[in-house]
Design a protein around this ligand. Structure first.
Ligand SMILES: [Zn+2]
Length: 117
């Protein structure tokens, strides 16, 4: 009955259910699949050292895998590409340059408040 000393994490990560283990095993299996002849983002694969466990329905997972296969990339790369695109859209400013106001020390978008450097 020792209390957890792990740093707090999201509820999603705090439930070490069998589902997560199965998913993790599947992701590992995914990563060791032979990729001969496939044009994967080798550079990304080398630097992509963090694992993200997510839950998905079997149907979703199967469809993601099918889509990834049809593009000739791994499921990891498929998910990574989409997440990167979504994160870029959310985090990065896509407003026109006219919306930016420049100070000597920085530049700022007046539409979303994003600061550049
Ligand atoms: Zn903006």
């Amino acid at each position: 009955m020792k209390s957890s000393t792990e740093k707090s994490s999201t509820p999603e990560e705090q439930e070490p259910t069998e589902d997560n283990i199965v998913a993790a095993m599947e992701m590992v299996a995914e990563n060791i699949e032979p990729t001969i002849g496939k044009t994967t983002g080798a550079e990304d694969d080398q630097t992509a050292t963090k694992q993200v466990l997510i839950r998905a329905t079997e149907r979703d997972r199967d469809r993601w895998k099918e889509a990834a296969d049809s593009k000739g990339i791994s499921l990891s790369e498929f998910v990574r590409n989409l997440c990167n695109a979504a994160a870029d859209e959310i985090l990065d400013c896509n407003h026109p340059l006219e919306m930016r106001i420049a100070y000597p020390w920085s530049e700022r978008c007046m539409a979303c408040g994003h600061r550049f450097h």
